[in-house]
Ligand binder design. Structure first.
Ligand code: PLP
Length: 462
């Protein structure tokens, strides 16, 4: 039995898969400040038109340009691995497979879309991209992509992560980007927050406001904003993960997996792995598909499905999603990439349909799982990824109790070699669990009261 299932470069998928084409109930449209659906040209100051076209596309398959594949070959196709040592340790009859996205130069799945977005922006004549980053994984992925494609890159990094993860900032600098802590004094949005809360740890919502402001106020018209998750086109670019996995599972002699797991911050690595299989579920396959989040930021498991802004300064269109409220300031847990207040609308609509079964884990449980992973498989997982590992271990133990040979597939979204402070806190007994208090959640949700309501449309099939 092979532990690593490798595809040849010539077998790389040549099209991305768009779940929007197959969802039984369509997405609710993004709304503008007047409550009417946003038209593509209204997004033009923020994104290039070629990416806006992908954002609103209902085509099932979208060709991957050859130039993008030529960059992705640096690390793709990514290996599918079998976690034989974890299986043995758990004495489970389950067969556990994972896509190793830590294999990319920046160390996560994020460059799959960073490269595509930088390429489409360059094609459109854009010279500079701005963005936000939480854990620094996205910022370093975009810096990497901009370096390879010759674009300037400015990254607003959430203050708490900027302090906890200085090495990520250095990676961005090595790849030629300018990285500043957010909130910063460089934008109106940042200055306003700093006036009210000078000691704030920051949030992705604030950093997004800053990055958008910097893009749309560049009078040369050659700066655009780039988002590392949540939006349809970002999830689309990540589907190369699941499409590769499908071919690799077949090579391993497996049919469809019984269980698919991914951690979800904005939803992109989870969607990238699972959406090609969600299509199978829509067509009748029996697959349990689990997006995992932290109890400290329980968007999918406790928040309402509502129209909300994507950022704190309320500059983005309103998206229909599960949301903790745009003013939500998450507790400073170490999984910085899982602290966003909202969730990708495509993931949310699939939850509303009943196609997905979201789950939340405590921080301590996820570090315990990551320690088991390091002890058995050997690798040190990103704190975000360890949330997925906690769910994998729970499902493998359930398979053992039931005596069933289940096939579990999960996304190993990144390594944790730049996130060792969290492991240090765990090992020295300083790490604590956070469960968002109900009163606090209700306080943030008050901001949704005057926004349009989002109808929960479902076919009732799942
Ligand atoms: C390694 C890793 N996994 C997961 C995530 C969560 O993001 P998403 O839900 O978009 O995959 C991040 C975000 O920074 C990350 O760095």
């Amino acid at each position: 039995m092979e532990q690593k299932i490798q595809l040849k470069e010539s077998d790389i998928p040549r099209q991305w898969y768009n779940l929007a084409a197959d969802l039984p109930t369509p997405l609710l449209p993004p709304l503008g400040p007047d409550g009417n659906p946003v038209s593509p040209d209204m997004l033009a100051p923020v994104f290039p038109m070629n990416l806006i076209e992908q954002e609103v596309s209902a085509e099932r398959w979208i060709d991957i340009p050859e130039d993008i594949l030529n960059i992705l070959y640096r690390w793709r196709p990514a290996p599918l691995k079998r976690a034989v040592y974890l299986e043995k340790y758990l004495e489970t009859p389950a067969r556990i497979y994972y896509k190793d996205e830590s294999y990319s130069p920046p160390g996560s799945h994020k460059p799959n879309t960073a490269v595509a977005q930088a390429w489409y922006n360059k094609e459109f004549g854009i010279k500079k991209l701005t963005t936000e980053t939480g854990a620094g994984q996205w910022g370093s992925a975009l810096a990497f992509a901009c370096q390879l494609l010759g674009l300037e890159c400015k990254v607003f990094m959430v203050r708490i992560s900027f302090d906890q993860k200085p090495f990520r900032k250095i990676m961005m600098q090595v790849w030629g980007a300018n990285c500043v802590p957010s909130p910063s004094n460089e934008t109106n949005a940042g200055r306003k927050v700093l006036e009210m809360m000078p000691d704030t740890p920051g949030s992705l919502g604030i950093a997004i406001s800053e990055a958008i402001e910097e893009a749309v106020t560049d009078t040369s018209g050659t700066t655009r904003y780039s988002l590392g998750s949540v939006l349809n086109h970002v999830l689309l670019h990540q589907t190369i993960i699941g499409l590769e996995a499908k071919k690799q599972l077949e090579m391993a002699g497996e049919k469809l997996p019984d269980i698919i797991i991914g951690c979800a911050g904005g939803g992109s690595n989870f969607a990238g792995l699972s959406f090609p299989f969600v299509a199978d579920k829509i067509n009748g396959a029996d697959i349990k598909i689990i997006p995992v989040e932290p109890t400290a930021c329980p968007t999918m498991t406790r928040a309402p499905f509502a129209y909300d802004f994507g950022d704190t300064a309320c500059t983005t269109p309103l998206l229909a999603m599960y949301t903790l409220g745009h003013a939500f300031i998450p507790p400073p847990i170490h999984a910085g990439g899982l602290r966003y207040h909202g969730m990708a609308p495509l993931v949310c609509q699939a939850i509303v349909e009943g196609l997905l079964e979201p789950r939340a884990y405590h921080q301590l449980d996820s570090y315990k799982a990551a320690m088991t992973w390091a002890k058995t498989e050997g690798a040190i997982a990103a704190p975000e990824t360890s949330q997925a590992i906690a769910a994998v271990i729970e499902e493998a133990n359930t398979a053992k109790e039931e005596g069933k040979e289940k096939v579990i597939l999960f996304n190993y979204s990144g390594h944790g070699l730049m996130d060792l402070m969290g492991y240090d806190a765990y090992l020295s007994g300083k790490l604590v669990d956070y469960e968002l208090p109900e009163e606090e959640l209700q306080k943030y949700l008050k901001d949704l009261e005057n926004l349009p309501k989002a109808e929960m449309r479902k076919s009732g099939k799942w």
